[in-house]
Design a protein around this ligand. Structure first.
Ligand SMILES: *Cc1c(COP(=O)(O)O)cnc(C)c1O
Length: 428
């Protein structure tokens, strides 16, 4: 304990803050145990899929050019499909980010005259231009795909009557976002998503149900494709890349949907056959292997942050006692100074760029200034320790990641210490 006190002291953490941490960890023993149980299950699931697909060293070989007969790439896609309970998967470095993966899934499966339905509130910000909610060249709208949206009810639940009324002869696909992202609604559990999908299919069985799975992977025992989703889509620089994947996205789903996605990503007729891996396979495999435990570390950090800030009187979403469907933790810090101090603390705890001071800036596409803290190995990777928030009421910070629980913990303690040092919270 002395040694721990010493080394934390060198990192700027006072004994008082350390004792708060100790108390929080003791109070959260049961929560941490539950998180570890999910991680253990998912670790076994990933390992079993690797066994079943006979992973060996040739899987890690780099391919170039067209990438025909890329054994490592094809085997990894089978492993993803198995882990997600899906018929097929497309897992590629040529998918540049989460938005790109979602765009491929949407544009491959929607044709002119079709309608896309968001049955549970608006989609992720970046999809507004993809869909054409905000005008953009090459949007789905330009290609003659119409769009309809049903808001959640006041209490955050699905508005089944309005969804029934919105489904019509043109409705081809429904898009459901698992994580709250940067909204204040609760995230949806896989069980809730399954219920919504069953409802939609009971009204119109051929509606393709696609889930934006970003930030949700491995936080629960099941993925949306286990409960009826035709596609689950996400980014490899979030949960499933385990912090090691340097780029990439995935689409798991029915053979028919994934085939179309492959034709859209490369070219009709070529599909999944092309796409050299350029040497990223080791990081994709190893990242997937580590992902269940990396996600568990991030979840512990999220619950720990919630608990500590609740004790200090701040509102959190979700509350530390609530079940988790994603790795994002929102904390309403109530003042611009507190939001800044929190981000300064997170940045100071990061393994990379720890000496940098984050400042609010006018980020394109946002109506207020935004402050961001991230010191990551992979640019913009948000499975790594990171925090951001818009400089407006209620000065909420969105905190996520930490490749290890202990680094997430350090981030939260450094944030708290910065708030204390700046006289922004008086705690005794
Ligand atoms: C991150 C995210 C996206 C978009 O991913 P990018 O990789 O940033 O393009 C989409 N949906 C949700 C819910 C996300 O969290």
């Amino acid at each position: 304990m002395n040694n721990l006190c010493d080394i934390y002291g060198k990192l700027g953490i006072s004994p008082k803050v350390l004792s708060l941490a100790k108390e929080a960890e003791e109070a959260l023993t049961q929560r941490f145990k539950e998180i570890d149980e999910v991680a253990e299950f998912n670790q076994a699931k990933v390992t079993l899929a690797m066994h079943n697909n006979r992973v060996n060293a040739t899987c890690f070989a780099a391919t170039t050019g067209y990438g025909y007969n890329d054994y490592g790439r094809d085997t990894l896609e089978k492993i993803y499909a198995e882990c997600f309970g899906a018929e097929a998967a497309l897992v590629r470095p040529q998918i540049t980010c989460g938005t790109h993966a979602l765009t491929v899934a949407l544009s491959a499966n929607l044709l002119p005259g079709d309608e896309l339905l968001c049955p549970a509130g608006g989609p992720y910000d970046t999809l507004e231009e993809v869909i054409g909610i905000r005008p953009s060249p090459c949007s789905l709208k330009e290609y003659g795909v119409s769009y309809r949206q049903v808001e959640l009810k006041e209490d955050g639940t699905f508005d089944y009557d309005a969804i029934r009324a919105a489904i019509n002869e043109k409705t081809k696909m429904a898009e459901i976002q698992r994580s709250k992202g940067y909204k204040t609604r609760p995230s949806f559990s896989v069980e809730q998503i399954g219920e919504l999908i069953r409802f939609i299919k009971s009204i119109k069985p051929d509606v393709i149900c696609m889930v934006d799975n970003c930030y949700g992977e491995f936080t629960e025992y099941l993925e949306p494709t286990h409960v009826g989703a035709d596609m689950a889509v996400g980014s490899l620089i979030k949960n499933p890349g385990g912090g090691l994947a340097p780029i990439g996205g995935y689409i798991c789903g029915t053979q028919e949907c994934v085939d179309r996605c492959a034709y859209r990503l490369s070219a009709p007729g070529l599909g999944q056959e092309v796409g050299a891996n350029l040497g990223v396979m080791t990081s994709f495999y190893q990242g997937l292997f580590l992902a269940p435990n990396v996600v568990a570390g991030a979840l512990k950090g999220a619950v720990f942050a919630a608990y500590i800030y609740e004790k200090l009187g701040f509102r959190t979403v979700p509350h530390s006692s609530e079940p988790r469907a994603d790795i994002i933790q929102a904390i309403e810090l109530k003042s611009p100074e507190a939001l800044k101090a929190f981000c300064v603390g997170i940045q100071a705890a990061a393994p990379v760029d720890s000496y940098v001071t984050p400042e609010p800036w006018a980020m394109p596409g946002y109506d207020s200034e935004v402050i961001m803290a991230a010191g990551t190995f992979i640019q913009g990777s948000s499975i790594e320790l990171s925090a951001d928030g818009p400089m407006r009421e209620p000065y909420a910070v969105f905190f996520q990641g930490g490749l290890t629980w202990h680094n997430a913990k350090l981030g939260i303690l450094t944030s708290l210490q910065t708030l204390i040092n700046r006289g922004l919270i008086n705690h005794e």
